[in-house]
Design a protein around this ligand. Structure first.
Ligand code: CU
Length: 175
């Protein structure tokens, strides 16, 4: 009897820990899927794609794309010209997470023939780090930039891998 109880206590603690981990993961940094839930495709969201997006240091835009596409980070002049002869970095794994570690502007295009000129290109403006300590405390703090709302955390896009892993782990320990 005692043993059974202890076992449940451990399970409860683990569940709480995982729960807070997921929560932390979701609010601490925004991993925003570029192009929205539909991902990145020529047929979908072309309009949203040809755009300028605002992020903050610590955010990580996620590019989801089919093998018909890739993601090439380029310099500004190459971005304007859709020139991928001098890539900074090329990604083609279908799900590319790009951590934004410093302020500034970064430029991404699709490297496949004609796609960039058709609009698969994205300029990312990286703003200073946001303090997302979203808890207790109460008011005050530094005033947030008016741009904040445009790229603030979106619960719908929370780190799917973490959630999936946690769910699998939960099932494992509960059963
Ligand atoms: Cu493409």
């Amino acid at each position: 009897m005692e043993g059974l109880r202890a076992e449940w206590a451990v399970k409860a603690i683990v569940i709480i820990m995982i729960g807070s981990l997921i929560l932390f993961c979701c609010v601490s940094a925004a991993n925003l899927t570029v192009g929205g839930a539909s991902g990145r495709d020529l047929k979908t969201d072309l309009q949203t794609w040809t755009s300028h997006t605002t992020f903050h240091v610590g955010d990580s835009p996620v590019f989801n794309y089919t093998p018909a596409h890739d993601v090439v980070e380029v310099k500004e002049e190459d971005y304007e010209a859709c020139d991928i002869q001098h890539p900074i970095k090329t990604h083609n794994d279908g799900e590319t997470l790009v951590p934004l570690n410093q302020q500034g502007r970064r430029f991404f295009v699709c490297g496949r023939q004609g796609h960039c000129s058709m609009g698969l290109k994205l300029e990312v403006l990286v703003l200073p780090k946001l303090s997302r300590d979203g808890g207790g405390g109460g008011g005050g703090g530094t005033p947030k930039s008016p741009l904040t709302s445009s790229s603030s955390t979106r619960p719908g896009l929370l780190c799917p891998k973490a959630v999936l892993g946690a769910a699998a782990f939960l099932i494992m320990i509960i059963s």
